[in-house]
Design a protein around this ligand. Structure first.
Ligand SMILES: Cc1cc2nc3c(=O)[nH]c(=O)nc-3n(C[C@H](O)[C@H](O)[C@H](O)COP(=O)(O)O)c2cc1C
Length: 332
């Protein structure tokens, strides 16, 4: 029998439970990017609650990026110092923490919003170098790894999606080619840094000719081949698949995906109570689950779940925290 509070390993990382607090933007920065005290308090509450691992909020590459105003970045003066304090907080509780990198647009120096079909090889090298440097900065700040968001509708997700990528060179065409830009980054990070590399990917894309379950499995396989240490699922269509009304829609797909991979897979979205999570853990091959909004509603809720041996989040999945682009709960 698996239980959410089992001690376990996510690749090379030792976890105190099977729960991952997944990427959740903070928007709690002062002018100049410095973190408000509430961010430290939140990390302290999450790390001390019995969580297995934490994925930071989104870090964007560029100040022109779509999610830049809602999140933090590596370009402000205090980044290394302040995030070393955040990673120290996580490590005080033996909780591994990954820095999440996600960018929606890419500026190759000639075009501020260059898309997959138009970026030159020089532009691809610039992008890869910038992601590599972001990983280095995460390492300096004490993160145990990097999570690159290649899901939702982020740049690298679009790049690997045949709906957007019609390149005819080695970065377009079959799955291996469309994933190559990301695979090369992973290989370089793994070769030069002692970081866990996690990739957040889409199980499917509802657009016609977009990614389907079979293509998504092939993508995950390519990422594993490149050296990725874990895969975390997301979906582009958060609003209609992850709205809290539907039970997790990816259970069949995730079991098939786990069959095909040797690296761990993290399943998430709409998980709200301990019984359901333990049911998922024991009726599928899933070993790790992620949650976001429950931590927004109450940062330390896992403490009560652990003490009581049962529990249900107070989060009502109203999604206001998401739509209003803050990470504060409007109900509690
Ligand atoms: C306020 C808020 C901020 C989020 N920020 C991020 C983020 O920075 N990076 C990311 O990959 N996903 C982000 N997400 C999506 C969550 O990681 C997660 O996939 C989604 O909320 C579904 O999980 P849940 O039902 O447990 O909340 C965010 C979600 C919310 C509600």
């Amino acid at each position: 029998m698996k239980d959410i509070f089992d001690k376990c390993n996510l690749g090379n990382l030792n976890l105190n439970s099977r729960i991952i607090r997944t990427g959740t933007w903070e928007t709690e920065n002062e002018d100049g990017g410095f973190l408000k005290n509430s961010v430290y308090d939140k990390y302290e509450a999450i790390a001390g609650s019995g969580v297995g691992a934490i994925v930071s909020e989104i870090f964007a590459l560029d100040h022109k990026d779509r999610f830049y105003p809602y999140s933090t970045n590596q370009n402000y003066k205090g980044f290394i110092k302040e995030y070393k304090m955040i990673t120290d907080i996580a490590h005080k509780y033996d909780v591994p923490i990954l820095g999440q990198l996600a960018f929606f647009y890419y500026d190759d120096g000639e075009n501020q919003k260059v898309e997959a079909n138009d970026i030159s090889i020089k532009g691809i090298r610039k992008l890869q170098a910038e992601v590599f440097m972001a990983a280095k900065k995460f390492a300096y700040a004490g993160f145990d790894g990097i999570q690159i968001n290649m899901g939702n509708n982020f740049y690298l997700a679009r790049f690997m999606n045949p709906y957007f990528n019609q390149r005819t060179d080695q970065y377009g065409g079959n799955t291996e080619n469309r994933v190559r830009i990301s695979a090369e980054i992973i290989k370089l990070i793994k070769k030069t840094m002692n970081l866990h590399v996690s990739c957040r990917i889409n199980p499917l894309d509802v657009r016609k000719d977009g990614i389907d379950y079979e293509e998504s499995k092939k993508i995950a396989k390519e990422l594993e081949k490149a050296g990725a240490d874990s895969i975390q699922l997301t979906a582009r269509t958060i609003s209609y698949l992850y709205d809290g009304r539907e039970k997790n829609p990816f259970l069949v797909y995730v079991d098939e995906l786990i069959d095909e991979l040797d690296i761990p897979v993290i399943l998430g979205g709409s998980l709200r109570d301990m019984d359901t999570i333990n049911e998922v853990l024991n009726n599928t091959q899933v070993e790790f689950v992620s949650m976001s909004k429950p931590f927004v509603a109450q940062a330390d809720f896992l403490k009560e779940w652990k003490e009581n041996g049962e529990g249900k989040t107070i989060c009502q999945s109203c999604n206001n925290c998401y739509s209003k682009k803050t990470s504060t709960c409007f109900k509690y």
